[in-house]
Design a protein around this ligand. Sequence first.
Ligand SMILES: *Cc1c(COP(=O)(O)O)cnc(C)c1O
Length: 370
Amino acid sequence: MAVPILDLKAQHATIRDEVVAAMMRVVDDQAFILGDPVGQLECKVAGLSQVRFAVGCANGTDAILLALRALGVGPGDEVIAPPFTFFATAGAIHNVGARPVFVDIDPRTYNVDPAAVAAAITPRTRAVIAVDLFGQMAPIERVTAAAGGLPVIEDAAQSIGASRTIGGRTVMAGEAAAIGTFSFFPSKNLGGYGDGGMAVTQDEALYEALVKLRTHGSRRTYYHELVGYNSRLDALQAAVLGAKLPHLAGWSAARRANAAAYDAAFADLPELATPFVDPANTSIYNQYTLRTPRRDALKAHLAARGIGTAVYYPLPLHLQPCFAYLGYQAGACPESERAAGEVLSIPVFPELTVAQRDEVIDAVRAFFTS
Ligand SMILES: *Cc1c(COP(=O)(O)O)cnc(C)c1O
């Protein structure tokens, strides 16, 4: 039995009528750019994230870019970020003209190490980006403390609906940062039928800046207060996402159930580490990421049995060719580099059947026990 890493067709089959009806309302309306579906989705995502404001935009990369611009980050500034993340986190820093400063991760959660953030602050630092990797929040309150008054952007592209208990209160992904950012790329937990993104904030001035920046720096048509972007969420995507959002909590619970089954099934394998979730966190398991020094052999073994896996991420950003100009050498972020050589994500998507899950479990166990 083949088991893909993700099965979007299986999910679509369960919601086809709702999604198609929502899309056809937009088609019949012929209002494709922003408009009611976008405003409604912004309200719902703001509610889910427990924030006052949400601004839809073209994709999760742009959400980070708009956030940096809204915070006034530009040429000559440094922005601290972890290198063990999707490229967009640092690409956005570069593309606003600022300099990425990479700091290492906590090897258990793969999220940024707050002590490393504190140690990297210079007079040029203008912001810090914390990434909520694989579905669990970074220790946002500790990153904020380490940032010492500098604004924190929370790249929650992989973690919409994840939460963390801070001082007895449930804090949602994106809520506690100056600006939180989401991606609706199809493989994210809330995925559109195309690209999409959103930024959330509690701060009205930042909200106004984000709204301006996504439409060429203009609030009043043809009058431009600053040079922004064409980065809007289109109504078709917002309609799809609005139809999918009521299912998100159930899908995340199904991912957690798959993760719990894997945790139990692999607990006795000494050469294999299952994901560590900080006890304060509730993960939405955008990925279920195993760790073993025999990663490449395990990946090949699973591929031979028809099981889809993925390496997120094989080369940390400080060692990417495009960032050679920053001058990092191998060894600069040792935990990120070690993780890059040992991680392997296996299928955890909500529609995974018990038979498929058992197939994955059998195949992983066979690799380590035979
Ligand atoms: C997916 C992702 C992004 C970018 O989102 P897009 O919608 O693909 O532009 C940014 N950061 C992280 C951590 C991501 O996983």
